[in-house]
Design a protein around this ligand. Structure first.
Ligand SMILES: Nc1ncnc2c1ncn2[C@@H]1O[C@H](COP(=O)(O)OP(=O)(O)OP(=O)(O)O)[C@@H](O)[C@H]1O
Length: 253
């Protein structure tokens, strides 16, 4: 499998105003990793360790202060949103509930295609039907508003919006956390199927270590913005190096 995403020396600082002084917060410091096509990398770490900052840098919501991001071997300026938003898509926690309540699902998907592709109206219609089907939804769901779906279906709609552009990488930032266990299992199976069919890569941000163990090939543990441990998931679980990772894994056993 080829290297899809290569991140080297990524760094990001924020500045918080405290009265008349500005306090520097280093959210990420010199973080590097690689993700191969068709594989899953889990990012874990305590609250404030920089996980969401990493996701925001990878989808261009924030700009890094240092470091290089390469996609398929080519250095990219990911903040060129229109150029890369079909390659890297993301869904956040409670993604289903962040859908526009006044917009039918078909229209929402249509807008994504109109904004980011050159497909004509008929091609867009076919693509919407195909994507709904791929996610176990029906043609008629295109006419539904978000409130007409169950929680699990809503998560599928959010996935449809993320996947309709045939991305190579999907970032799931705590996207499965709010689901109840049986629903989560359904969505995880769906994600694994899609990965096998299409060679999608996932960057899974979560503190659910069972999930990490179940679906990730590799993991990166962030601690205070830095990589504390990284490597094959089974190896990190078997032989954690950093004290924080040891504690984290012990608490999950
Ligand atoms: N926009 C911002 N302005 C100032 N500080 C920020 C901003 N966003 C994040 N930070 C700070 O950067 C650090 C990393 O935050 P981040 O949200 O990436 O952590 P996280 O690991 O995703 O945490 P959580 O699991 O709670 O979501 C924290 O100290 C946070 O307070």
């Amino acid at each position: 499998m080829s290297i899809l995403l290569e991140v080297s020396g990524l760094g990001k600082n924020y500045y918080k105003q405290r009265g008349i002084t500005r306090k520097k917060v280093t959210a990420l410091n010199n973080v590097s990793f690689r993700l191969h096509s068709g594989k899953t990398l889990a990012i874990v770490g305590e609250t404030g360790s920089g996980k969401s900052t990493l996701a925001k840098l990878l989808v261009g919501i924030e700009k890094p202060d240092s470091g290089i991001i390469k996609l398929s071997g080519e250095q990219v300026d990911i903040s060129n949103y229109k150029k890369y938003n079909h390659v890297i898509r993301f869904i956040f926690q409670d993604a289903g509930r962040s859908l526009n309540p006044l917009q039918k699902v078909g229209q929402m998907l249509e807008d994504v295609l109109r904004f980011s592709t050159i497909l004509d109206a008929e091609q867009r219609r076919v693509k919407i039907r195909k994507t709904l089907k791929q996610l176990g939804l029906l043609d008629e769901h295109a006419e539904y508003y978000p409130h007409m779906f169950s929680g699990g279906q809503l998560q599928r709609v959010a996935l449809a919006r993320a996947l309709i552009l045939d991305p190579k990488l999907l970032i799931l930032d705590e996207a499965l956390t709010a689901l109840d266990p049986s629903l989560r299992a359904q969505i995880v199976n769906l994600l694994l199927e899609l990965q096998q069919q299409d060679g999608l890569a996932y960057l899974l941000i979560t503190n659910n270590l069972q999930l990490v163990r179940h679906i990730s090939d590799e993991m990166l543990v962030l601690y205070q913005g830095q990589a504390a441990d990284s490597g094959l998931t089974a190896e990190v679980f078997a032989n954690p190096q950093h004290d924080y990772t040891k504690k984290l894994i012990n608490s999950a056993l």
